[in-house]
Ligand binder design. Structure first.
Ligand code: GLN
Length: 305
């Protein structure tokens, strides 16, 4: 059904979006990144794109948004394609966490072993593997690779990066320090700087949809197995503590970000990307999750159907 996007019209999508937008007020903007705290809570965009290039969209689809944690599945995919499973999963685990995305407590409880790549500890550890001499070079290489393969125009949002740096994140610093002590990273400064830069890679919701397609159909068939690993980890860990709940309610691999993006990957079929800044207590876009649930239900796109 999702395959045939032409069966749903703009009017149908509009009805679902209106239902979802009624949830806007139940979320809050994040406060720890000043520029995100100033976002317009009513900004909204959605793009559905199938592999056979049917596209349906609504809202401010050209607004540029920092990917933040939506970069995490792509970081994992990139490193798997370069270094393979064994190398990558020596640095990071595959288990879900019941703790928040930025939990130091979880990392400490695991003796400094980052439990999965979809939370900060795992993504910070993985950032240290990116090829390049400086953080800027690492971020540039990483960004160009995706712009080449993903047919998108990601760019480093320097204002967002300045905003992230203006209020140093002590929690992420403590995570990096712990990872250094446990031997999973070698340089806390360059690793954190790399992580912050890749989180500030930005693009339109169309760009995120094009990028997401790489996780459905990789440019190289050898990488199919890595797409499946990324999809699995998105399903079990992509929405942090709420992952298992939404694995049932949405039923597709999903990743959220503090900037309000929710990326849903429909295996073998396509992607659904939504942007709406107000977040729930776990840090997931309330409108995004609601809309993904409605779309998934109506289009029978859950992998459990
Ligand atoms: N850069 C953000 C952070 O480290 C990313 C977190 C997120 O999107 N949830 O807190």
């Amino acid at each position: 059904m999702f395959n045939n996007l032409s069966n749903i019209n703009q009017q149908q999508l509009k009805v679902w979006v209106e239902e979802a937008l009624a949830q806007t007020k139940s979320g809050n903007l994040p406060t720890y990144i000043p520029l995100l705290a100033e976002a317009n809570p009513n900004s909204f965009a959605v793009v559905l794109r199938s592999l056979d290039n049917h596209i349906l969209s609504l809202g401010d689809v050209e607004t540029k948004v920092p990917l933040m944690s939506v970069i995490k599945p792509f970081l994992l995919f990139y490193l798997l394609s370069k270094f393979g499973n064994e190398f990558v999963f020596n640095i990071v685990g595959k288990e879900p966490s019941e703790k928040p995305f930025n939990s130091l407590e979880q990392l400490e409880a695991d003796g400094g072993w980052p439990i999965n790549p979809m939370i900060n500890s795992g993504a910070i550890a993985l950032s240290s593997l990116l090829p390049g001499n400086t953080a800027t070079e690492r971020c540039k290489n990483f960004c160009s690779w995706f712009n080449n393969y993903g047919i998108c125009k990601l760019f480093l949002d320097e204002n967002m990066l300045a905003s992230v740096r203006s209020l140093p994140n002590q929690n992420n610093r403590a995570i990096a320090q712990k990872l250094l002590e446990s031997g999973y990273i070698k340089d806390a400064e360059i690793t954190l700087d790399t992580y912050n830069q890749i989180c500030c890679l930005s693009g339109s919701i169309f760009d995120v949809a094009n990028l997401g397609i790489l996780l459905v159909k990789p440019p190289n068939s050898e990488w199919k197995k890595y797409c499946l690993t990324v999809q699995e980890l998105m399903t079990t860990c992509g929405l942090y503590e709420a992952s298992s709940r939404y694995a049932l309610e949405i039923g597709i691999p999903t990743k959220s970000s503090v900037s309000g993006i929710v990326l849903g990957v429909v295996p073998t079929v396509g992607v659904i990307v939504c942007y709406s800044p107000p977040l729930d207590r776990q840090g997931n876009s309330v409108v995004g999750l609601f809309l993904l649930e409605v779309i998934s239900r109506n289009l029978d796109s859950s992998v459990f159907c």
